[in-house]
Design a protein. Structure first.
Length: 555
């Protein structure tokens, strides 16, 4: 008869026996000290409790804070009579906490201590908020000033075998994004890795990559922060949380969609400082600026801003609202979602679950007797009709519409069922805009204008009715590369604009339900540059490049 000896089974059995002996000894000590016993390997550990005692002090005192409810904290100890334990308990009581001690085993202590890996400088708040102390975030952002700093920091954390901190990875990526001025953070799963990219000045830049196993933990961490369902992976989810940097609270909007290899994450960083730009600094040509100033000062009418997502429409409209804001003016907004908070403005957010959409929000806002209203977007016939009628009945209304150019807004509204006869009376002006990257002033270099480009520029301005036609310079500028711009050749963005006023010629054209091209043709006499003309003017002034305009506009 042969005996089959399984070494692995024997090791597991010995380990189980050692653990039982440890726990039995802890139970005996608990009876001796008349203190409750706990096996912490079987209990959930509160990270909020861990944050009250730093890891170094917990290990030195051989204690483990594991539960926190209100101001009541539970702490596991090996020996309650150790001086270090007594000192820590006194410190907690001095800070207003009621302490309950539990005798635990060494295994229990080590189990809790491993959870410190999930904690760095972040601390959770209610409502999906992540508060970061100003000192810690300042220290982190001082270390992370460039894309290379972010890349090296992530690689350093990933290099820590079996003990990298998922929370720390998330925080480095977010802090890095805020430090370099990224508008979005993208996590894009592939077969063997997950690529991390920042959107800087409208263009995505590769930052680093992490392995799929780490990404699963990162995904769970972001879902927890955003208040999303951890077990839902087949459907798209949207959430939010915020990061507090001193007195400034930066909101982060999270979008998660299912993908081939795993869920993909995009985090939008909404920094309030991004909308503090004055409208006079956005790159609006002086001639158009005078027109917009006059139209926005009228007591009623509709001012529309058009363009794709990410073209700066929200920043422009908020700038108008800030200029209108005053003690004698009532301003109400209906947004989806509220991206930035404006003091002195009543802001409401669309809520599909409560049947509060743009149309119902507009109706409700009208009962509040506002002077100025902003509708985040005109998406349907009902919203368009209410916005038009609001503009006709003594209200100044700002809104956005998704069209390729300013002239395209008119046929789009007709398609939505708006009566062309009242449209000309309701609409003051339609603006269209895009954002182009500005040349880095530190590394831009002169370039000779190619002959075919010169002809294109001359052709663009040939029929321009504007009196202020730019002169053709001997040189234009092209992008270079330096540390100041992370090697991209560009730093910051500026708008290119166009607009159409509803003057008599446009009003007459609307009677025939015209195309956008017909509206554009009859509006040329207004003397307002098109986006192409405004963009080329900025090229001739050395603000941007023809290559950048080609990326954004159809030249």
């Amino acid at each position: 008869m042969s005996i089959d000896f399984n070494e692995n089974k024997q090791k597991i059995k010995i380990t189980q026996l050692h653990k039982k002996e440890e726990e039995d000894l802890a139970i005996i000590l608990a009876r001796k000290y008349d203190i409750s016993y706990a096996d912490l390997t079987r209990l959930p550990v509160s990270t909020n409790a861990l944050r009250l005692i730093p890891e170094e002090r917990a290990r030195k005192a051989r204690i483990a804070p594991f539960a926190l409810v209100g101001t009541r904290i539970k702490v596991g100890v090996i020996s309650p009579r150790r001086q270090e334990v007594i000192n820590e308990m006194k410190d907690l009581e001095r800070r207003g906490y009621s302490v309950s001690l539990f005798i635990v085993s060494t295994t229990s202590l080590q189990h809790v201590w491993t959870r410190y890996e999930d904690i760095s400088f972040a601390s959770s708040k209610k409502g999906g908020s992540l508060e970061i102390s100003s000192e810690d975030i300042k220290e982190t952002m001082e270390k992370i000033n460039t894309l290379d700093d972010v890349r090296l920091s992530v690689e350093e954390i990933m290099g820590e075998s079996k003990s990298f901190r998922v929370s720390r990875i998330v925080e480095i990526i977010l802090a890095g994004g805020m430090s370099v001025g990224a508008s979005d953070v993208h996590f894009e799963p592939e077969k063997d890795s997950v690529q991390i990219r920042y959107r800087l000045d409208g263009v995505l830049r590769i930052i680093s990559s992490i392995d799929p196993h780490t990404y699963k933990l990162v995904l769970s961490r972001i879902k927890l922060l955003s208040g999303l369902k951890l077990n839902l992976s087949a459907d798209a989810q949207d959430g939010r949380f915020s990061v507090k940097l001193g007195e400034v609270e930066i909101e982060l909007r999270v979008s998660i969609i299912p993908g081939s290899y795993n869920e993909s994450i995009v985090i939008r960083l909404l920094n309030p400082s991004n909308i503090q730009t004055e409208i006079t600094e956005m790159g609006i040509p002086p001639f158009l600026m005078n027109i917009l100033e006059n139209e926005s000062q009228r007591p009623n009418g509709l001012i529309l801003n058009t363009g794709p997502t990410g073209s700066g429409k929200t920043t422009t409209l908020y700038s108008f609202l800030r200029r209108k804001k005053g003690p004698g003016i009532k301003i109400i907004t209906i947004e989806d979602p509220i991206e930035y908070h404006l003091p002195g403005v009543v802001q409401t957010q669309v809520d599909k679950k409560k049947n509060y959409n743009f149309a119902s929000g507009l109706r409700a806002a009208l009962r509040q007797d506002p002077d100025v209203m902003m509708v985040g977007e005109i998406r349907d016939a009902e919203t368009a009709e209410i916005a038009i009628h609001s503009a006709l009945t003594g209200h100044l209304v700002f809104s956005t519409l998704h069209t390729n150019n300013a002239a395209g807004a008119f046929p789009r509204l007709i398609d939505l069922g708006v009566n062309p006869k009242i449209m000309s009376s309701a609409i003051n002006v339609v603006i269209a805009q895009r954002l182009v990257r500005k040349l880095c002033p530190h590394c831009k270099k002169k370039s000779v204008i190619p002959e075919e480009r010169r002809k294109m520029i001359e052709k663009t301005f040939f029929n321009t009715p504007h009196n202020d036609i730019p002169t053709m310079p001997e040189h234009i500028y092209e992008s270079g590369s330096c540390d100041k711009c992370e090697g991209s050749g560009y730093k910051g963005r500026v708008g290119v604009f166009e607009a159409v006023l509803t003057d008599e010629a446009v009003a007459k054209a609307l009677e025939e339900k015209p195309s956008s091209r017909e509206i554009q043709n009859v509006s040329r006499s207004q003397g307002i540059w098109t986006m192409q003309e405004d963009g080329i003017n900025k090229v001739l002034k050395g603000i941007t490049t023809l290559e950048e305009l080609d990326r954004v506009l159809d030249l």
